[in-house]
Write a protein that binds this ligand. Structure first.
Ligand code: GTP
Ligand code: NA
Ligand code: MG
Length: 290
């Protein structure tokens, strides 16, 4: 199938950077300015991922814990859930060890980055120093003829945040992100926990559309979707590609980093799980013999 004929999907963006450079503050700002958040009175629950609907109707999905064990697991399994990395660098602290670490991750995953120089509201901000430090660490920023966009922002005052959203959208347009909306769905577990309402897993849908009543297999765990909830805690009917969604209805708790596959019916889902259990038992037996 010609990929360019598939429907567009929202970009999935991961925020990375050194400790205290303002990742959470930036995300909180984006979340609050989101149309979805204001629609639901701004009451959001933490599910490790959220989507921002911009006033123009476009959507951006943000993943908020890059240190997440799930990311490493998913990458080891060959899945790049992230389309864009926002590298946050505090203007008063410049490039630090975890900035360089984040750069390495983005490069290893071959994910394009946008630099957000944060805390530009501070008097101690040294924007030019940050830019030259970035260049000295091999980041080919626009200012010096490269193609990495740099946006100056303040998560505190909101300065430059519109520009950051614009940069993400324009990069996404270039990336031309598309996904199948029909057919058997596929996704990844970002996090999972047992809540008062039952076993819950936040799943990022990669392709296809998840709906209530669908059968899923994640690792060796079966689910029949009982409830789908948005990050705002609101029940939704369906989750299209690029959307993070909380799913209830698991027979057991799946692990962060597990791939989620939809099965056409209950029998096929259960057979897939039996087969996986058998394979892993055989694998263990082989490992014991060795
Ligand atoms: P970790 O998750 O611990 O790595 O930190 P973080 O990168 O999420 O940073 P966080 O958002 O917690 O911000 C760290 C501190 O910087 C907090 O005290 C914020 O209030 C402050 N801060 C964040 N952004 C800005 C900004 O744009 N301007 C100013 N002046 N302070 C900021
Ligand atoms: Na912090
Ligand atoms: Mg934080």
């Amino acid at each position: 199938e010609d990929p360019s004929s598939l429907p567009p999907r929202p970009p999935v963006v991961t925020i990375m950077g050194h400790v205290d450079h303002g990742k959470t503050t930036l995300l909180d700002y984006l979340r609050k300015s989101s149309v979805a958040a204001s629609e639901h009175g701004g009451i959001t629950q933490h599910i490790g991922a959220f989507s921002v609907k911009l006033s123009g109707g476009k959507q951006i999905t943000f993943l908020d814990t890059p240190g997440h064990a799930a990311f490493l697991t998913m990458r080891q399994r060959g899945a790049n859930v992230t389309d864009v990395v926002i590298l946050v660098v505090a203007a008063d602290d410049s490039v630090k060890p975890q900035t360089i670490e984040a750069l390495k991750h983005a490069r290893a995953a071959k994910v394009p980055i946008i630099v957000a120089i944060n805390k530009v509201d501070k008097e101690s901000a040294r924007i030019d120093l940050v830019k030259s430090d970035l260049a000295n660490n091999g980041v080919e920023i626009e200012d010096f003829g490269g193609d990495v966009q740099v946006v100056c922002v303040s998560g505190k005052t909101g300065q430059g945040m519109g520009d950051l959203e614009e940069s993400i959208l324009s990069l996404s347009e270039i990336l031309d992100l598309r996904a199948e909306q029909d057919g058997m769905a596929e996704g990844w577990v970002l996090e999972s926990s047992v809540k008062s309402i039952g076993r819950a897993a936040t799943v990022l849908v990669k392709r296809g559309t998840l709906r209530k009543g669908d059968y899923l297999v994640a690792g060796k765990v079966f689910a029949k979707i009982r409830v789908l909830r948005s990050e705002a805690g609101v029940e939704i009917d369906e989750a299209p590609p690029g959307t993070p969604v909380e799913i209830l209805g698991w027979r057991d708790l799946p692990d962060a980093g597990d791939q989620v596959l939809q099965a056409p019916d209950e029998d096929k889902a259960r057979n897939a799980i039996e087969y996986r259990i058998e394979l892993s038992e055989r694998g263990e037996a082989v490992a014991q013999m060795a």
